[in-house]
Design a protein around this ligand. Structure first.
Ligand code: BTN
Length: 266
């Protein structure tokens, strides 16, 4: 068994009002998103964060598998009760979480992350972190379950050869080991006010922050798979409502909100 995250040093770095106050640091589970989803009826679930060293069914977006390294990765989930005003556009929660994640890595660890729409965090052209957001709950109460994977203390040689996206880690980028507890607490410290801002009508402000982080990928060629349709164009911007804007070959601007989006350097 590898060392689990240490609750004392995590709590010492945590400055949130409520989010993540009652952490569960597990050795193994299927997927932390499932772990928390099964417990949504528990009171105070929004105070919890669950992290696991091993996920036997860790998954990424688009049904992909998610690689994590016991002792080297952060793989965790939080459940956020979805406010009424966001129930028609839950996709923006994942964009806000992406902003919080990229800003945390930038500010606390001195790297220069870029957001690849919707919420992959890239550093030096490789993927360092990702977020899988799943909507759960019943008619009366809905939750956004945010599952976050961060490559923290992982060496290049630890990554499997068959990853579909080239990967990097904080260790590879900074040549320093990062205290995982601190990284998790710093993310929670930023996630809570970002989601509060979103709940209080601050989507425009969050998208302003998003655009700065997404800037490095503007001008790249994009293929977006919608329902039964494929769109191609050049990434032109990200709208205040959270859609990705593409300029097609005939100069038309189209907006894409979700689905599989792949970027290629021009
Ligand atoms: C992606 O970029 O495709 C999203 C990756 C999300 C991985 C995390 S690890 C913790 C949580 N549990 C899962 O099964 N997936 C998410």
């Amino acid at each position: 068994m590898v060392n689990l995250l240490e609750t004392g040093s995590y709590l010492a770095a945590l400055e949130t009002e409520y989010m993540g106050h009652d952490p569960f640091f597990l050795d193994e589970t299927g997927s932390t998103n499932d772990w928390i989803s099964f417990r949504l009826p528990l009171p105070g679930i929004e105070r919890t964060v669950v992290a696991a060293e091993r996920q036997t069914d860790g998954r990424g977006r688009m049904g992909r598998k998610w690689f994590s390294q016991p002792g080297g990765s952060l793989a965790f989930s939080v459940a956020w009760p979805l406010p009424e005003r966001l129930q028609q556009q839950p996709g923006v929660v994942t964009l806000a979480a992406g902003v919080a994640l990229a800003e945390t890595l930038e500010e606390s660890f001195g790297v220069s992350p870029a957001l690849k729409y919707p919420n992959d965090v890239w550093i030096s052209g490789k993927k360092a972190a990702g977020i899988l957001t799943e909507l759960k709950g019943g008619r009366e109460k809905k939750f956004a379950v945010l599952g976050v994977g961060i490559n923290v203390n992982i060496e290049q040689s630890d990554f499997p050869d068959d990853l579909d996206t080239p990967a990097t880690s904080l260790l590879m980028e900074t040549e320093r080991r990062t205290e995982r507890e601190k990284a998790l607490a710093h993310f929670m410290n930023r996630l809570e006010p970002t989601l509060e801002l979103l709940a209080n009508g601050g989507l425009g402000d969050i998208m302003f922050r998003y655009r700065r982080l997404a800037e490095p990928l503007m001008g790249w060629e994009v293929t977006a798979h919608g329902v039964g349709e494929v769109y191609t164009g050049v990434a032109e911007g990200v709208d205040d409502d959270g859609s990705l804007l593409l300029k097609t070959a005939d100069g038309t601007i189209i907006s894409v909100t979700s689905g599989q989006v792949s970027f290629r350097r021009p």
